[in-house]
Design a protein around this ligand. Sequence first.
Ligand SMILES: Nc1nc2c(ncn2[C@@H]2O[C@H](COP(=O)(O)OP(=O)(O)OP(=O)(O)O)[C@@H](O)[C@H]2O)c(=O)[nH]1
Ligand SMILES: [Mg+2]
Length: 199
Amino acid sequence: MENGRDSVSCVLIGDDNVGKSCLVKVLTDGKFLKEVSKTIQESYSKLVVFREKCINLIIHETAGEDKYKILRSLWYSGSDIAIICFSTVDRASFENIFSKWLPEITQYFKGKPILLVGTKSDLKKGSVKNPLQRRSSIVSFNEGCRAAEEIGAAFYLECSSRKDSQSVWNVFEKSIELTFLPQQFQLKKKKINKTCSIQ
Ligand SMILES: Nc1nc2c(ncn2[C@@H]2O[C@H](COP(=O)(O)OP(=O)(O)OP(=O)(O)O)[C@@H](O)[C@H]2O)c(=O)[nH]1
Ligand SMILES: [Mg+2]
């Protein structure tokens, strides 16, 4: 494997209820759960194949509230990549990327790769009927790309745990790729290309 490693550790962060647990459950169990209990702290691991090699993918999901900041900080130091999630149908969770998660990542995760993920993309169509309300609550793909650029994330991806398991795998595959191939992300020189990676 690149860099002689065979494991990747991800810290999964974002506001409450944005779909972090579902993302991991689809990866580990192949199932989408409608009812999920709130997570305080949970770690998962799964052997996955990446470029014909077996990788132990370790994922630490943490609670989003401010009172768990110290707990979260413990996972930052041992992780290779941070996956920051917001819900594409909850603008408040998107705005918190800037007001809450960016300062925390800057404090605890400097210099390591970040992947920005917009969840629940299946709800973008038709979840809010009123057109004005739709415009204000739904976060577009371009807004996600611009946010990734602003926070120095290497990539922006959208996914749906409910309807598209391939989009979930893409999130974890990209996390492994960014860990093993750090030259693919350059935090200083930012430019968005068509696939929304920042090089
Ligand atoms: N439609 C849809 N619903 C989703 C999706 N992902 C998660 N949900 C729902 O959103 C709710 C919250 O999902 P969780 O995975 O528990 O969210 P979380 O971020 O882990 O929440 P906390 O652990 O409480 O912070 C659940 O009711 C899920 O069924 C998705 O891709 N599409
Ligand atoms: Mg959870």
